[in-house]
Design a protein around this ligand. Structure first.
Ligand code: HEC
Ligand code: HEC
Ligand code: HEC
Length: 501
């Protein structure tokens, strides 16, 4: 579940037909919108014709294919009207009225202006029709039923055009529009919960995607963007590199190649201005550079698990155990060395002794915590960017045995919202997943406890409680997700029985 649903497998969707827009004028506004929104990346398969679809997008649940969006009559959108097209992009509905999977980022495109929509439509209309029947999605029940997306949409989709913030400059607003509506940066840079919803309150704070880590680009104190000037950032978007600092790799390299490098300097600068001056709505700015919350526990864990060998000051034992303080392998930009060391351990080697694997004794969360502790203790100045998702990814990669609780994958709601939902207890929650009468009781009890809760809140709280109940069982993550989706669907049915949505 560490991969976002949009996780982009898109092996370089080279879109040869595109020419870079000249710096001065935008020759074709529709093409420009398509580039800024990076439509080609998910709708062009490697080696395939532009926009003819078939692009495999791997999600934790199965594979979803980008549709053929060329104006071909039978296999593409040749029979669509402009309003069908508008509805797909801004409301997430297909021509037949069924729901589109959120792998298509309509949660972002809903913010597009009518003007951009129209220009885009004219451009898409003018593409050469290509006959290409796209393979069927391979999703398990109940996700293969499009109506199951009702719940997702009611929780995570807020339709509506981008709203200009009158307190900010025109440039800031343009940047916000490009980042939020067209660029869909949050689809990769915002962490997700088990229902694949973007985590509220953690916008752009960094997330796992297909084994890559899309770093924190929020306005928070810990974000690296604070160290970059707007100029630097715009240069990075244009060229994919930042001399002496970073080079865009993997999915970000594709974003630069297919999308950002085609945009005007003024637009790139606007995005940079916006990113550097985001309004941090939810989280207070942390005074310390470390924002992961469990530092004290992590230190204790380190002492207990590693201290005997690596010592509490991280200096190791000369000749026998290497130091972790001021060790480049430990403070590398990505925490993977440290994570792999804990998952795999080391056999005795020359004068070094052996180090056992911690794969079974520590959970993903604990390994991430220890890694973050080691990366920031004793003057180590690396970012505490190890996450349980990364650890779970490396676990799979290393084929290391499982351990631990997956409760962390469940949505993070406030204790106040969760208390009445958790009061039901895991047994009742699990029974309610299959017994209608128990579900009715569950919903009734929650609504009695929180009479002001909206239907969406009831669904979210109970599904999250169910998620936590499942986290301790031995089912696989994709199955867990499918069951939560099914559960949420059942809650929705009952809530609607009580009160209108
Ligand atoms: C991150 C990947 C991604 C991006 C970017 C993306 N799409 Fe999609 N799109 C998809 C997927 C996947 C589907 C199919 C979803 C489904 O089967 O429910 C889809 C479906 C569609 C559909 C519905 C087609 C049908 O037959 O129902 C249209 C139209 C569409 N996209 C147009 C666009 C346009 C225009 C853009 C750029 C503004 C765009 N998409 C950007 C992934 C993407
Ligand atoms: C398809 C997924 C994806 C999308 C969409 C995406 N990014 Fe990224 N981004 C990544 C990944 C992965 C990295 C880290 C890869 C690397 O090291 O270059 C990254 C790196 C970055 C960095 C460098 C940060 C650093 O600390 O080194 C910046 C800045 C950035 N992205 C901004 C953006 C903006 C702005 C957008 C929207 C226009 C965006 N990204 C859209 C995946 C994505
Ligand atoms: C029984 C003693 C012992 C314990 C306990 C132990 N280590 Fe180690 N660790 C070693 C030894 C010995 C090596 C060197 C192994 C080698 O290179 O062959 C090592 C190597 C490492 C390395 C690689 C360092 C490098 O320079 O490549 C890391 C990282 C590491 N340990 C982290 C940890 C962490 C974190 C813990 C606690 C979860 C831990 N170790 C617990 C003995 C231990």
């Amino acid at each position: 579940m560490r991969q976002p649903i949009v996780a982009v497998v898109v092996a370089v969707a080279l879109f040869v037909a595109m020419q870079s827009a000249s710096a001065a004028a935008i020759a074709d506004p529709g093409l420009y919108v398509a580039q800024a929104a990076d439509c080609a990346s998910c709708h062009t398969s490697p080696g395939g014709k532009p926009f003819a679809g078939g692009t495999a997008l791997k999600t934790p649940f199965g594979t979803i294919y980008g549709s053929n969006v060329t104006p071909d009559g039978s296999s593409g959108i040749g029979e669509w009207t402009e309003s069908d097209f508008d509805r797909a992009l801004r409301q997430g509905l297909r021509k037949d009225g069924s729901y589109l999977y959120p792998a298509m980022p309509y949660a972002n495109y809903t913010k597009m202006t009518a003007e951009d929509m129209h220009a885009l439509w004219l451009y898409m209309r003018g593409l050469a029709p290509v006959h290409n029947v796209v393979p069927k999605n391979t999703l398990p029940f109940p996700l293969n039923v499009r109506s199951s997306l009702l719940v997702w949409q009611s929780l995570y989709f807020k339709p509506g055009e981008f709203e200009v913030d009158p307190r900010e400059s025109a440039q800031w607003n343009r940047g916000a529009y490009l980042v939020e509506a067209l660029g869909h940066c949050d689809q990769c840079h915002t962490p997700r919960n088990a229902a694949q919803g973007l985590r509220a309150g953690r916008a752009l704070t960094g997330a796992e995607i297909e084994g890559w880590y899309a770093p924190d680009i929020s306005g928070d104190a810990s974000s690296k963007l604070r160290e970059w000037s707007a100029q630097d950032l715009a240069h990075f978007f244009k060229t994919g590199s930042m001399p002496g600092n970073t080079t865009a790799a993997g999915p970000m390299q594709e974003v630069v190649h297919d999308s950002l490098s085609h945009m005007t300097d003024a637009d790139l600068h606007a995005m940079a201005i916006y990113l550097k001056h985001q309004v941090s709505t939810s989280r207070p700015l942390a005074p310390s550079p470390v924002k992961w919350p469990r530092q004290a526990d992590a230190q204790a864990l380190y002492q207990q698990q590693c201290g005997a060998c690596h010592q509490s000051d991280g200096k190791g034992i000369a000749g026998t155990v290497p130091a972790l303080a001021h060790n480049d392998a430990v403070t590398a930009a990505e925490p993977s060395n440290l994570i792999m060391a804990m998952l795999e351990g080391f056999p005795a080697n020359g004068s070094w002794g052996a180090m056992g694997s911690f794969a079974q004794s520590l959970t993903d969360e604990q390994i991430a915590d220890v890694a973050n502790y080691v990366r920031t203790a004793w003057g180590n100045a690396a970012a505490p960017n190890a996450t349980p998702w990364a650890v779970s990814g490396w676990r799979k990669y290393a084929e290391a045995p499982q351990s631990g609780s997956r409760a962390l994958l469940c949505p993070d709601l406030s204790a106040q919202v969760m208390k009445p939902a958790l009061a039901a207890g895991p047994t009742l929650l699990k029974q309610a997943a299959s017994e209608r009468s128990k579900m009715t009781q569950l919903v009734h009890d929650y609504q009695a406890a929180v009479p002001t809760a909206s239907s969406g809140e009831v669904i979210e709280a109970l599904s999250t409680a169910y998620c936590r109940a499942l986290a301790d069982t031995a089912i696989s993550e994709p199955r867990m997700s499918a069951q939560i989706a099914d559960f949420a669907q059942r809650v929705a049915t009952d809530v609607r029985g009580h009160k209108p949505m």
